[in-house]
Every structure is written in structure tokens, then in C-alpha cells.
Ligand binder design. Sequence first.
Ligand code: NAD
Length: 356
Amino acid sequence: MSSETIGVGFIGAGPVTQAIHVPTLARIGAPFRVVAVMDVDAAVAESVADRVHASWTTDATEILANDAVDVVAVCSPHRFHAEQVIAACRAGKRAVFCEKPFAMSREEAKAIMRVSAETGVPIIVGAMHTFDPAWVAARSHAEALLATAHTIRYSIVLPPNPRFEDFATQVVGRPVAMTPPDRSDPEVAAADMFGQVMGLAIHDLPLVRAFCPDFRKPQLLDCRIPQLGGYVLDLQVGNRAVRVEAIHTDGWQPEWCFEVIGDDSALRIDFTPSYVHAGSGTAVVTLDGERTVFGPFAQNGYEAEWRYLAALVEGRAEPLHTADLIEDVTFALTIAKQASQAARALVAGQQSGAAA
Ligand SMILES: NC(=O)c1ccc[n+]([C@@H]2O[C@H](COP(=O)([O-])OP(=O)(O)OC[C@H]3O[C@@H](n4cnc5c(N)ncnc54)[C@H](O)[C@@H]3O)[C@@H](O)[C@H]2O)c1
């Protein structure tokens, strides 16, 4: 690769690669060039690689050994992230991008960060809202809320992802039919709840944590499962009352909103839906009755994370704080474990109530 070009190699080429990252990199253009695509499904790897005139493989070690790959983008299912990120660091790449969640335990997160420090290879986690320009602008104007916030609400109304993926591209290799989990089984409900917190709620839990100085022992007060699917979690985090909820709808209208409320100030961010390549969210900060609006900006969080990665590779930016990344995963895991136990107990209670 020439010194101006950053060659990107994907590990995992499912919907997030096809509908989010490849179109985002196409929009950004230089310095990025997708040079190699790996997926365990050969047809997916070949199809995605053909779109961008890259090479393809079903073997991740070929991506690591490929000298044209400067940056590895780990976009495989969650359970492979830690192992693949560590391997990419050990292969001496210039940076590693990893989709969220970058680890499924605190130990994994610490191991990744140890290897990143040893090898000097920086890691970026694809928590796109933490890069969204509306969040970045509003956060620095909402510092008063760090001391005074008492209520945090983080709410998602989510139509099925494929409807939005189809706005971006023609996805190949999508599972034919997803059988909804049998949530009347307590164990299924527990696993489903854990997966939803680590897969969906995790997006903005770093934002929640940013407004909870006393974040180490989040306490779940109540857990409900909406009939349409999703979660409604009420938490006490230090002295903050936190509501984290998602409702899966069969409609078209999405909503993704993050709110922090204090006595004399408030912050509300409405994020754009994923996959459709709209611009940033829009944030409203209210301080002593005065409203300031930030956004929408043309650049969304996905574009911002890749631009940050370019700056990192080119030595124009500092790496993310390791401790923050580890605490973000730990915060999410602590909530996921409590919510999972609560979902198990809730469903078991409903079953025994129905049997009585
Ligand atoms: N930031 C976002 O907005 C966003 C959106 C969607 C998904 N994601 C994350 O991206 C990741 C991938 O999600 P997805 O939606 O593409 O769906 P997915 O996880 O179903 O598909 C991933 C792809 O990885 C392939 N794969 C399976 N095992 C693999 C392995 N060992 N190595 C390499 N590839 C393998 C599959 O064949 C599939 O094509 C997940 O971790 C998810 O949390 C993030």
C-alpha cells in the first residue's frame, strides 16, 4: 500500500459490513481502501469482495498475513471478537476496529487491552453513538449535568433491522427465517435478555455511564419484557434513576433517544436510525431555561469512527482510554447479568402462576 492509503481487511462480512461499513468507507474514500474480505461463508466473502474489487478468503489467518491489510475490522459474531482482535494485534497491524461488544467478559476485555499495550496496536470499538458529532458537541456543553443529573432515560423503538439494511444495500447471506425465541421458557428468556443487553442496549450504555460518576454497582430494581419483545429495565446507578428500554415493533417508525435530566439542566439526543446513512443525531442541551441545539451534522457516528481511526493510524489522534473501554464492557455485563436473572425469575413466576 502507498503511505497515503489505509488498506482495510474485514473479518466477518455480514449485514454490518455490507450495509454499514462498506458503504461508509465508499463514501469517505481516501485514505481507505477495502483490500480483503473474509467470511466463513465463501459466497458472502466473494460477493462482498467483488463489490469493492478486493480479494476474499474464508480463512482469517490470510487477512492477518496479508501485507496490504493495514487495519483489521472485526465484524464477526460477538463470541469471536476477543480472539480475533488479539490475533490482529499480534499480527502487527496498524490498528484494529472491532464491532461492539469488543469482549464478552471483563477478563477478555483486560486481556485485549494488555495485548494492545504490549504490541502498540490501538483498538477502536464500534460504539457509533460515542463518536456521533451531536453527542460529542453536546457532552462538552452539558458538564453541569455531571453533578446535577438525577434521571437518565435511554429508549429505543426498533423495527426489524432488515428493513433498514435494505435502504443501504442488497444484503447477501442473511439468515432465511429467524424463529423467534420461545420466551415462555425461563432459560430462553434469560439468554435472550443477556443477548439483548450485550447486543442492543450496549450501544448507549457508555453514554449512560458518562453521566453516572458512581457507576460501579448498578442495581436493577425492575425488569419487564414487553409483549412485542425487548426490555424495560429500571436501575439505580449511584444516585441516578436510570430507565433503559427497547421495544421491537413490526412498523417502520424507529426512535432512538437518550435523555439526561437535572434540576436546572437537561440533555436530549435523538439519534438517526442505523443502516440508512443519515447524518448525525440532534442534541438539545437546556441550561437554566436556555436551549442550544447541536446538529444534525452531515457526518454520522459510523463515519466519525472511521475518520478517527484514520487519524489514529496517521498519528494525528490519541488512542481511546483503555480503562474506559474496560469499564464500559463491565458496566454492560453487570446490567446484562442482573437483567438475565430477573428475566428468568419473571418468566418462571409467570409459568408457575399460569399452572396454579
Ligand atoms: N454498530 C452497529 O450498528 C452494529 C449493527 C449490527 C451489528 N453490529 C455488530 O456487528 C457484529 C456482526 O453483526 P452482523 O449484523 O453483521 O450479523 P452476524 O453476526 O449475524 O453476521 C456476521 C458474519 O460473520 C460470519 N461469521 C461467522 N463466524 C465467523 C467467524 N468465526 N469469523 C469470521 N466471520 C464469521 C457470518 O457468516 C456472517 O456473515 C456483531 O458483533 C454485532 O453486534 C453492530
